[in-house]
Design a protein around this ligand. Structure first.
Ligand code: UD1
Ligand code: MG
Length: 486
């Protein structure tokens, strides 16, 4: 149901100094996406009347990520704190009654949690509701100071904690629901009384509480949802949690994952029942895997569509490709963008392909490069076959028909066409089309020279004898010692 009185505001203008990076903090990735994209995804399901993102540091790059996701952008320049970011967005929030504010660096937040925070806020007709979390290590976070069981007195930032307050383990997630007509006057009273001379949104909470407005803290049932990414260590931890959630969801859909903590799966990946993922597999981008497949150890698939009953043997690297049912690939295969392996085809070890279609039941078992090639069904490509598809300026096509046999170590100089049922003799360099059913042979003729070998050996032995005779004495001594030992 759309919430017409509700706007969403995401604060994403900060630099993220603690990450020590040239990239804006909210563009750092965890769980396969930029941080801010996760936050937007969690909010989209609330169906707010408007979503506004405050940008500042690397505004252009951040806008380029959030605008396609239907968010409006407001520029905060310079960045004078979270309270200032809020003020800058005032006009953009328009006539909304409530706003849900989120930091762009806390990506684990889930829609259901936002919903229950909003429900708490509405039910109590509160001025502010803070999403808090009870954690074992609260360091780095603002702490919730309660005045009673239900009401909040203030949020105290880490730098302003007294020794006693340092023990508080209920933290501010920086996610809030505010009633806007109450927030604006409170925010106007906030002063930049901190060492960074910033206006803290957190200070507006104390102002509201002092006015006896209702300020609540809604405790997140899973404290991990409050995790903010201020450091590289935070990013790694959040990424680990995302990956764990994704694996758990695939396992509950009937996918087996061996040593799950070693397997990395991006959020949009799907896999069918009875598919098995071995240790150290990576499934990236929009990879879709069918049923009863086995993706064996060390393989990396990105944006690959895989049918049913496919086996990807260990250490295969496959990108932007399609593998139909019953295909077997690898070990050590590299399939680059635009590869399509049709039903029952087989690609073996040390084979590289790019922009190539392999027909049904065709085999490319070892040591081959096929680029810009189209191979028909039930063809056999021998070991060491190479398509010479590039002349230094342009790529050219190689067309190989059905039922063809390409002998080992052949080079096919494109553009070239090999007809159905043709043979290519091993070791050929094919520069002209081969008609269907013909043999193409293009190599020097073999010559056998009778008794050549024994003559050669005699010659070699004679030269060795004469050179030994002229050898200096020292070396000869060393040799005789050795032979005595034997
Ligand atoms: C903030 C909270 C802290 C809370 C923690 C949770 C304040 C003062 N403190 O601290 O109580 O426990 O989040 O993660 O709010 N931003 C702007 N403009 C600015 C400054 C910041 O848009 O001028 C954005 C940042 O890009 C970031 C978010 O606001 O996405 C929070 O800022 P950050 O610097 O990460 O605050 P924390 O120190 O984490
Ligand atoms: Mg933060």
């Amino acid at each position: 149901m759309p919430a017409n009185d509700l706007a969403v505001l995401i604060l994403a203008a900060g630099k993220g100094t603690r990450l020590k990076s040239s990239l804006a903090k909210v563009l750092h990735r965890a769980g396969g996406r930029p941080l801010v994209e996760h936050v937007l995804a969690a909010c989209a399901a609330l169906k707010p009347r408007k979503t506004v993102v405050v940008v500042g540091h690397q505004a252009e790059q951040v806008s380029a990520v959030v605008e396609p996701l239907e968010a409006d952008v407001v520029l905060q320049q310079p960045q004078r704190g979270t309270g200032h970011a809020m003020q800058v967005a005032r006009r953009a929030l328009g006539g909304a009654k409530f706003v849900v504010v989120l930091p762009g660096d806390a990506p684990l937040i889930r829609t259901a949690t936002l919903r229950s925070m909003i429900a708490t806020h509405r039910a109590a007709n509160a001025a502010a509701t803070i999403l808090s979390a009870v954690v074992s290590d609260p360091s780095g976070y603002g702490r919730i100071l309660r005045k009673s069981e239900t009401a909040v007195q203030a949020i105290v930032e880490e730098s302003q904690l007294t020794d006693e307050q340092r023990e508080l383990n209920e933290i501010n997630s920086s996610i809030y629901c505010f009633t806007l007509e109450k927030l604006w006057p409170a925010l106007a009273q906030v002063q930049p009384n901190n060492k960074h001379r910033e206006l803290y949104l957190t200070d507006a909470v104390a102002v509201l509480a002092a006015k006896n407005e209702t300020v609540l803290a809604h405790v997140a049932s899973d404290p991990r949802e409050a995790l903010g990414c201020n450091t590289r260590a935070d990013l790694a931890e959040v990424d680990r949690i995302f990956r764990e959630w994704k694996r758990a969801s695939l396992m509950s859909d009937g996918v087996s994952i061996q040593l799950p903590e070693t397997v990395l799966i991006d959020p949009d990946v799907t896999a069918g029942e009875d598919t098995v993922l071995e240790p150290a597999v990576q499934l990236l981008g929009k990879t879709k895997i069918g049923e009863r497949c086995t993706i064996r150890t060390g393989s990396v698939l990105s944006d690959v569509v895989v049918g049913n009953d496919v086996i990807v043997e260990p250490h295969s690297v496959i990108a932007q490709s399609r593998l139909d049912d019953n295909v077997i690939v690898g070990p050590f295969a590299r399939l680059r963008p635009g590869t399509h392996l049709k039903n029952g085809s087989r690609v073996g070890n040390f084979v590289e392909m790019k922009k190539t279609t392999v027909g049904e039941g065709t085999k490319v078992p070892h040591l081959t490069y096929l680029g810009n090639a189209n191979v028909g069904s039930k063809t056999n490509i021998g070991a060491g076959t190479i398509t010479c598809n590039y002349d230094g300026f342009q790529k050219h096509a190689t067309n190989i028909g059905k039922g063809v046999f390409i002998g080992s170590d052949s080079t096919l100089v494109a553009p070239v066409r090999i007809g159905d049922g043709a043979y290519v003799a091993a070791g050929s360099t094919i520069t002209e089309n081969i008609p269907p059913d013909a043999l193409g042979i293009a190599r020097g003729r073999q010559v056998n020279k009778p008794r050549w070998a024994s003559r050669k050996r005699r010659e070699l032995a004679a030269t060795q004898q004469s050179s030994k005779a002229g050898r200096p004495r020292k070396k000869a001594k060393a040799r005789s010692k050795k032979s005595r030992r034997r």
